[in-house]
Design a protein around this ligand. Structure first.
Ligand code: A3P
Length: 342
């Protein structure tokens, strides 16, 4: 199974310059990567520090989101104490968390849209254009809207050391693994060029349950950040997609407080919290990214918005699959207080 998070549409010149930079990086880490264990099922994957990653040019000549990107960042990235990192396993709520955090931190700069002259970036571009991925935009040094906010799928234990040492804030969003698998499977098939041979759910299940997906085992990924949130609660906040769905008001207030921008009482009364919830809702963002005012950039991002609900996995996974995934979750999280309603 191949999974990837595409970056915003870029011009031909940018593409050329990216490819040149990536070739140098791939050459630099050639020996190190060639020594890594390769996956017997998906030969694009290699094991690095306990997690699977793509390596080399693996999709449409892109090398971001690859093991080489992680190695480069580990060697070169310098975090600042003012950075806020939004971390997640793919398909667990990254886009939503990006939108909410961006909207919270920039609520005074971009007034929440009123009337016919909305200026908020989230009404015209994708959340992925507002908050760059560390292993994509930042790795390639592209300009962005970055306001100290960055996102990453890198497992906690493989993060560039400067992120931990700079003591900056991190927010992790996680989601129940059955919905995450369902979302990954759909996402992959939406990306696939050859629609005549879609990835079978059985195969996606096999790979996901064995942890053989990019960024490795879902459970190990979650555990890394969960443990960090227990060890460094003032620096790492652990959120759940299901909680955001169920109680957005309190979860959004919690997020705002954690990232140093709590809502004032006046803001709570004047509807500011609700405006941000509405602006970042699945209904609104999926509309912006599909039709209406969106730019070409945003329209390429509509694949990030599928259903946006909790428990959709029951519509796809067999009861055997559900049982196996529940069992793995129970075993892996036995000593931790992580549970999922769906
Ligand atoms: P589904 O495929 O289950 O619909 P990520 O952003 O990490 O790639 O995760 C994508 C998942 O989050 C998709 O789940 C997508 O529909 C959902 N999603 C995207 N934006 C959302 C939002 N604003 N609110 C709720 N869910 C959202």
């Amino acid at each position: 199974m191949a999974f990837y998070s595409p970056v915003a549409t870029i011009t031909k010149d940018e593409e050329k310059s990216r490819k040149a930079k990536m070739s140098i990086i791939i050459e630099r880490y050639k020996e190190k990567v060639s020594a890594l264990p390769k996956n017997s099922i998906d030969h694009h994957l290699c094991m690095y520090e306990g997690f699977w990653y793509f390596h080399g040019f693996w999709y449409n000549s892109k090398a971001d989101f690859s093991v080489e990107a992680v190695m480069t960042l580990q060697d070169e990235f310098q975090a600042r104490p003012t950075n806020v990192f939004l971390a997640s396993y793919p398909k667990t709520g990254t886009t939503w968390l990006k939108a909410l955090s961006f909207a919270i931190l920039n609520r005074n700069k971009f007034k929440t849209p009123i009337g016919s002259n909305p200026t908020h970036p989230l009404l015209t571009v994708s959340p992925h254009d507002c908050v760059p991925f560390l292993e994509s935009e930042s790795f390639l040094n592209n300009p962005s809207y970055a306001s100290g906010l960055m996102a990453t799928h890198i497992p906690y234990t493989s993060l560039p050391k400067s992120i931990i040492n700079s003591n900056c804030l991190m927010v992790y969003v996680c989601r129940n693994p059955k919905d995450a698998l369902t979302s990954v499977w759909h996402f992959f098939n939406m990306l696939k060029d050859d629609v005549s041979t879609p990835l079978k759910l059985d195969d996606a299940f096999e790979l996901f349950s064995k942890g053989m997906t990019p960024y490795g085992s879902f459970w190990d990924h979650v555990m890394g950040y969960y443990k960090a949130s227990l060890e460094r609660p003032d620096k790492v906040l652990f959120l759940k997609y299901e909680d955001l769905k169920k109680d957005p008001w309190n979860e959004v207030k919690k997020l705002a407080k954690f990232i140093g921008n709590p809502f004032t009482q006046d803001e709570e009364y004047d509807g500011s919290v609700q405006k941000i919830i509405d602006l970042c809702s699945f209904e609104n963002l999926s509309k912006v990214n599909k039709d209406g005012k969106q730019t070409a950039k945003a329209s390429s991002d509509d694949i990030y918005f599928r259903k946006g609900i909790v428990g959709d996995s029951v519509n796809y996974l067999t009861s055997d699959m559900i049982q196996i995934l529940d069992k793995i979750t129970e075993q892996k999280f036995a000593d931790l207080k992580i549970s999922f309603e769906a």
